[in-house]
Design a protein around this ligand. Structure first.
Ligand SMILES: CC(C)(COP(=O)(O)OP(=O)(O)OC[C@H]1O[C@@H](n2cnc3c(N)ncnc32)[C@H](O)[C@@H]1OP(=O)(O)O)[C@@H](O)C(=O)NCCC(=O)NCCS
Length: 181
């Protein structure tokens, strides 16, 4: 990400949540997220089999964050510094014009509007602080939880199926400020 303004790491807050940088102390919760079959049902990724896998993943995220390749937030309740989910901006284009978004929540915290609250803040940060013009989200066509969430924010279907995986849909949201130009 060609932007040096992300040091220090941007901590974001909402009514209930604090979004902070991932830390090595999050390994148990990262393991739960990345080993839970329900959470991983529609995600095309390597399942974590051990705490070591979670630890390696955290190290990779921290290394990418240092290279400014991505912004990966741990979602916590402000009054309890324990990771309950993650949200991430990654795949930034050369001038930060576009990026991708990804998110996940431990199952016992779903259905409480938590991701909606986190997503609203991260979209605002992407558009108003980084000045991204378009955010893209790729997800499995059967991932109703994700579709519902994205539609709440007026993400639109790009109608571009991934050539390598036709089950993967791409929704996008454009920066309303740029649309006024
Ligand atoms: C996608 C995912 C994050 C959505 O989580 P979620 O908890 O359903 O999302 P939300 O934060 O939007 O919560 C919505 C529900 O919370 C409920 N809710 C409770 N209190 C609420 C509040 N204060 N505000 C809003 N909604 C609230 C609502 O009933 C709402 O459900 P509804 O839209 O059917 O009415 C979750 O399904 C997940 O982690 N999936 C696995 C990982 C994944 O697939 N990630 C996507 C990869 S691209």
């Amino acid at each position: 990400m060609p932007n040096s303004t992300f040091t220090p790491f941007p901590i974001l807050t909402t009514q209930r949540l604090t979004l902070r940088q991932l830390a090595s102390t999050d390994e148990q919760e990262i393991f739960r997220l990345r080993s839970d079959s329900e959470i991983n049902k529609y995600l095309n990724r390597q399942i974590a089999n051990s705490i070591d896998d979670a630890r390696n993943f955290i190290n990779m995220v921290i290394a990418n964050s240092n290279k400014k390749d991505s912004l990966y937030w741990a979602i916590t309740f402000t009054d309890k510094n324990i990771l309950i989910g993650t949200i991430c901006l990654f795949g930034f284009s050369a001038e930060n014009e576009t990026c991708e978004i990804g998110y996940e929540l431990l199952t016992n915290f779903q259905g409480q509007g938590i991701m909606r609250e986190a997503l609203e803040k991260v979209i605002d940060y992407a558009f108003n602080t980084i000045a991204v013009q378009k955010i893209e989200a790729f997800f499995h066509r059967d991932n109703q939880g994700s579709i519902k969430l994205l539609k709440k924010f007026q993400f639109r279907d790009s109608n571009l199926a991934d050539k390598t995986n036709p089950d993967l849909l791409c929704y996008y949201l454009t920066n309303p400020i740029d649309n006024l130009k």
